[in-house]
Structures are given as structure tokens and as C-alpha cells.
Write a protein that binds this ligand. Structure first.
Ligand SMILES: *Cc1c(COP(=O)(O)O)cnc(C)c1O
Ligand SMILES: [Zn+2]
Length: 431
């Protein structure tokens, strides 16, 4: 079977439910299993993917989210040309200064705080969702968002020429909603938390026929997260890290990291089965971590109360998949307080010069706990995923001491500089 155009093609074969084995054709627009209501997953023909990988050398492929096109569910070349060409392949940074602080000799940061176009990991998942929307020939897209899905939808829809509608819950970071509006999206704030807004948006999707990136297009949305796993392993020279630490909310990212790692091994690109998965949650919203710690199979929904608004999902749809990912890989699940989250943000900033949002602070805080508890060896290769950008969340950041305005005069400024120097010397990290 020779592909029609000169590029690798998707090897997706259909929609499946892992719980009940329900099998639907890829052309079906169903997002949830008609039997059990769980989100459907995408199945692939891995033999065909293997062949295609031999046929189309990686060197000739674009360094964007479509690089391993075989393992994504999008077939339309036009859709791939209009979405995601400049997304993905964020830097994998050797975090030597953060590593020295934590006693880790081989630490990397996968820096999705620089993701194009909207500065969070959500560019990956929204790209595959909007590409699917374009394949369906639709011209409007909705989403329900804790913050970053909204900005990703607003940006990606604008570039693709479709109309975005964003539904936010009652607690949101103002800069994210403002950014959506500045990007031209219609933004509606709903008087409920994320889980309540999500529930109503599901009904709204049904009644209005509006496609929602993270509801009706969810199987396609979720697949975009696998690109994170593909890139990390490629950027390490087709070697999986020993440990991956990632913040978890609804569970899409962590569960698809797991799926992506398995697929890389299945198609023969890398050995990945030894990679352990550690998930990070805020103490004010840790339903997945709590279930894992308690050894439960079921997740008990919670009512979120945390500064990490991106992670404030009390009813995580993919939570059961995350439990499986962490258990089968032999990882851990840890929660940290808001105070620890801000300390994590500050530590990453001071050591690596990366300003992340509270979700990234959660990851760093959990990494610190794992390192201090000796759960990660000094020599292990560790990747901490930084999923979002702190320039969007400065409104929530505790203010640092700020000097009062001084005269615009060199002597006055000299005395301030002297103060700065002694304070900085006292705080300097011993690196
Ligand atoms: C959405 C999000 C996550 C993780 O979300 P999942 O729902 O678990 O995929 C992590 N960090 C940031 C910044 C996010 O926006
Ligand atoms: Zn099912």
C-alpha cells in the first residue's frame, strides 16, 4: 500500500473502549463508550506503522507534532498543514543547576512553558482536536477550560480559521481569560467549578451540535499528548529516561505518556518498559494520588481548593488509566501544598531561569520530595515535565519584597544596589 502523498500516514484503525472491548470505526463521531461511558481510545495497526517507519526516514520528517504521523489519528494532509506545524519539539534542557540542588546528576526539564503557540502543553492536545475538527469539515470549536485549553483553542482556532468559544469555570487565572479575549475568542464564565462546567458543557455539546475540543473530540485530543513521550525519548537519543515526573489533572497527559512509551517499544524505536512514571498533584486536589496511595481501584471525586488552577479537576476522566500507568511502571503519586508549589516555582526560576505556573511548581515540588526521600537515584536519568508558563499566572504569585520608588539619582540608586547585593549574596545558592 503506497501512500498517496509523499509523507508518512496515520495507522489509526478505529475507536476502542479498553473497559468493555467496544470497537467503533474511526469515522464514528462518538467520544464516549456507548456501554460504560468511558472516553474512547484510538487503536492502531502497529505492523503497518513499523513498515511505514522503515519506508519514511525520520531525518526527512518535520520537527513538529506530526513527526510520528503513523501514531496519531489524523489522516488529512490539509488539516495537518493548517494546525500544529509549529507546535511540539520544545527543548529538553539539561537541568544541571536544579539537579545539583536536589542531588540529581542527570536531570532534564522538558520545557513546554515555551510551547507554540500558547505556552502550555495544551497546544499538543488542542492541535490534534482541531485537526480532527477540520477533517470533519466543521467551522466552530468550543472548549471547557481550567485555563490553558482556552488559550490553546483561541490561538489554534484563529490560525486554522475556525471560530472559538471558551467556557471557563468560576475560579480562573485572569490573564488566561484576558488572553483568550485578546486572541478574539468568545469567552463565557460559568458560575460553577470545572467539573460542574464540564458536566453542563457535555449537555451543551449535545443540544447545540457544537464540537468541544476536550469533550466531543476527546479521543483525538488525548492522542496529541503522546507527542510529549515521543519527543522526550527522541531527544534523549531514542532512550527512555528512568523516571518521568509529571503534573496530573484529568489524567490525559500521564496516561498518554504511558501509551506513547509503549508504542515506541511496539514499533521498535526504543526500549521503554523500564521508565517509571511519577505523578504530581496539589494537596487541594489530589483524587488520583489519593487513590494510588490508598491502593484503591476507584477514584473518589473531590472539590478542588488549590492555587494550581490548571490542575483543579476533582473528577478526572482518565484517572483510572493513570492509576494503571503508575502501578504497571512502578512509579509513585505525591501531593504537595500550595506553599510547596510556590517554593517549587521559585526553585526552578532561581536555578534554571524558567518561570512556570503552579502546575510546573507542583512537578518541581514533587521531584524535590522524591529526591529527598531517596526514591530517585543520584545517577538515574530523570525528566521533569514543565507543562505551563508562569507569565500567565503572575497575578497569583506571592509578591516579593519590592523597594519603594527612589529618586532618579545615582546616589539613591547606589544605596539600593548595595542593599540588593547583600540580600542576593545571602540568598545565593551554593552552586
Ligand atoms: C492541563 C494541564 C496539565 C495536566 O492536565 P491533564 O488533564 O492531566 O492532562 C498540567 N499542566 C498544565 C499547565 C495544564 O494546563
Ligand atoms: Zn466501555
Amino acid at each position: 500500500m503506497t501512500p498517496a502523498t509523499g509523507a508518512a500516514q496515520s495507522c489509526a484503525t478505529g475507536l476502542v473502549c479498553h473497559r468493555c472491548g467496544v470497537d467503533l470505526p474511526l469515522t464514528d463521531v462518538e467520544a464516549f463508550c456507548p456501554e460504560c461511558g468511558k472516553c474512547l481510545d484510538i487503536a492502531y495497526d502497529y505492523e503497518r506503522a513499523k513498515q511505514s517507519l522503515r519506508e519514511w526516514p525520520l531525518d526527512d520528517r518535520p520537527a513538529n507534532i506530526w513527526r510520528l504521523a503513523e501514531l496519531l489519528p489524523i489522516t488529512g494532509e490539509d488539516a495537518k498543514a493548517r494546525v500544529g506545524r509549529f507546535s511540539g519539539f520544545t527543548p529538553l534542557i539539561q537541568a544541571d543547576r536544579l539537579g545539583a540542588e536536589l542531588g540529581l546528576g542527570n536531570l532534564y526539564v522538558k520545557d513546554d512553558s515555551t510551547s507554540r503557540p500558547s505556552l502550555s502543553y495544551k497546544d499538543r492536545v488542542v492541535s490534534t482536536a482541531v485537526a480532527r475538527l477540520l477533517e470533519l469539515g466543521d467551522e466552530e470549536i468550543g472548549c471547557v477550560s481550567t485555563g490553558n485549553v482556552g488559550t490553546a483553542v483561541a490561538s489554534i482556532a484563529a490560525k486554522a480559521g475556525v471560530t472559538p468559544f471558551v467556557f471557563y469555570p468560576n475560579r480562573l487565572e485572569p490573564a488566561k481569560a484576558k488572553a483568550c479575549r485578546a486572541l478574539g475568542a468568545r469567552v463565557c464564565q460559568v458560575a460553577g467549578n470545572y467539573d460542574e462546567a464540564n458536566r453542563e458543557c457535555r449537555k451543551l455539546a449535545q443540544e447545540s451540535g457544537l464540537q468541544f475540543a476536550n469533550i466531543t473530540l476527546r479521543p483525538f485530543y488525548a492522542e496529541g499528548a503522546k507527542t510529549m513521550a515521543f519527543e522526550i525519548v527522541e531527544q534523549l537519543g531514542w532512550r527512555a529516561p528512568d523516571h518521568i515526573v509529571s503534573a496530573t489533572a484529568g489524567g490525559t497527559l500521564s496516561s498518554r505518556l504511558h501509551k506513547g512509551l509503549i508504542e515506541l517499544e511496539t514499533v521498535g524505536l526504543a526500549r521503554t518498559s523500564e521508565a517509571k512514571m511519577h505523578i504530581a498533584q496539589p494537596a487541594g486536589c489530589s483524587p488520583i494520588a489519593s487513590a494510588i496511595e490508598a491502593g484503591d481501584e476507584e477514584i473518589h471525586p473531590c472539590s478542588p481548593e488549590t492555587v494550581a488552577h490548571s490542575l483543579a479537576i476533582g473528577t478526572p476522566g482518565d484517572g483510572y488509566l493513570v492509576i494503571d500507568a503508575v502501578r504497571s511502571r512502578g512509579g509513585t503519586a505525591t501531593s504537595v501544598s500550595d506553599e510547596e508549589i510556590f517554593a517549587g516555582i521559585d526553585l526552578l526560576a532561581a536555578t534554571e531561569g524558567i518561570l512556570t505556573e503552579p502546575a510546573g511548581g507542583t512537578t518541581v515540588a514533587v521531584l524535590r520530595k522524591l529526591a529527598e526521600a531517596g526514591k530517585i537515584d543520584r545517577d538515574a536519568t530523570v525528566v521533569a515535565i514543565i507543562t505551563g508558563n508562569g507569565y500567565k499566572t503572575l497575578d497569583d504569585h506571592p509578591e516579593k519584597p519590592w523597594p519603594s520608588m527612589v529618586e532618579c539619582d545615582v546616589d539613591a540608586m547606589m544605596s539600593v544596589l548595595d542593599e540588593f547585593r547583600s540580600a542576593a549574596a545571602a540568598e545565593k545558592l551554593p552552586l
